[in-house]
Design a protein around this ligand. Structure first.
Ligand code: BMA
Length: 321
């Protein structure tokens, strides 16, 4: 839909043939991550300026090529009208049954269900979608977070209410439900803010690399690798016990300043774990420093292709047309 220096929403080329990843290594990524944020407001575009009609077209095209589609949702705060990052305490309580904003929020879920119901292949069949709402809930930055804005009990009730409405009321059986706390490593919070096996299919977590002002890439990479491996060890066991599929649901190093990040950080971090997929975050066309994937001419392109794409340990999506 868009990449580091181009955006179909503004240049009008809706062919879905362009991809920063494909331009670098020759294949599309296997996972396409999309976000429903602001669908609930009823406008034409999501919070990042992507047309909802185009989001759907891109999802269907990607699925028809053989890829997997992941949908996250950064909805506005239903109590204050602020954005997803408005952590005013008590928000979740107001949208649960009996709460002041319950009806309003159910209208938002209705909008999501109406929209998702239109994601169909050429034969008119609903396409499978990995649905990953209420993510990074153990961190402090979203209104559905369980540290301050809500509690684990409220979080679980929100998840189950969302699941029941979409699955049972609206009959959406093409959603694969993905839960992804953040890499806080507070595993007791991960297990208490977990709605139950019946409502979850894939279990993962989100984890990013950060670097201090005086730090070397070596030190930052080492911390990132250790963090991911510690969390993957926990989630691997959790998935075994609960019969769930494991994934690294979001990761990256903003601006990828380390030229061999793909081989010296990401590959090392995930090697040996039975993960089903890794999703790196977006290459924003309107924020030059906000990218997480390689693009033609970027400093990490060679490492990505030679040591990650060609490592024999990764799978991408061939364009078979
Ligand atoms: C965040 C950033 C934001 C974006 C949001 C939803 O992590 O990339 O710029 O609005 O994801 O895509």
């Amino acid at each position: 839909m868009y990449g580091h220096t181009w955006n179909a929403n503004t240049d009008g080329d809706f062919s879905c043939e362009r991809s920063d990843i494909k331009a670098v290594c020759g294949d599309f990524p296997a996972i396409l991550g999309l976000d429903l944020g602001e669908l609930e407001l009823g406008g034409e575009r999501n919070l990042d300026g992507n047309l909802f009609t185009y989001i759907r077209d891109a999802a269907v095209k990607h699925y028809e090529r053989g890829g997997l589609v992941s949908l996250s949702w950064h909805p506005r705060n239903p109590m204050t009208g602020g954005d997803a990052w408005d952590t005013t305490p008590g928000t979740v309580a107001t949208i649960l049954p009996g709460g002041a904003n319950h009806d309003k929020f159910m209208g938002w879920l209705d909008a999501v269900a109406d929209y998702i119901s239109t994601f169909k292949d050429a034969g008119g069949n609903p396409i499978p979608l990995m649905f990953r709402p209420w993510h990074e809930h153990d961190a402090g930055w979203f209104w559905w977070g369980v540290k301050g804005p809500s509690t684990p009990e409220e979080y679980n009730a929100l998840w189950v209410m969302t699941w029941r409405y979409l699955r049972e009321e609206r009959g959406l059986d093409n959603l694969v439900w993905v839960i992804s706390p953040n890499e806080t490593g507070q595993f007791d919070t991960w297990t208490s803010a977990y709605p139950g096996d019946e409502y979850v299919d894939v279990v993962g977590f989100d984890c990013y690399e950060f670097i201090g002002p005086e730090e070397s890439f070596e030190v930052a990479n080492e911390r990132y690798v250790a963090n991911i491996r510690r969390c993957l060890e926990f989630q691997t066991e959790f998935c075994k016990e609960h019969s769930k599929v494991l994934a690294l649901t979001e990761t990256g190093f903003e601006g990828i300043p380390c030229p061999d990040w793909w081989s010296s950080a990401l590959l090392k971090a995930v090697e040996g774990f039975p993960i089903s997929y890794v999703l790196t975050w977006r290459n924003a066309s309107d924020r030059p420093g906000h990218f997480y994937g390689p693009f033609e001419g970027c400093a990490c392109a060679d490492d990505f292709t030679e040591n990650f794409y060609k490592s024999g340990k990764t799978l991408f999506l061939k364009d078979l047309k």
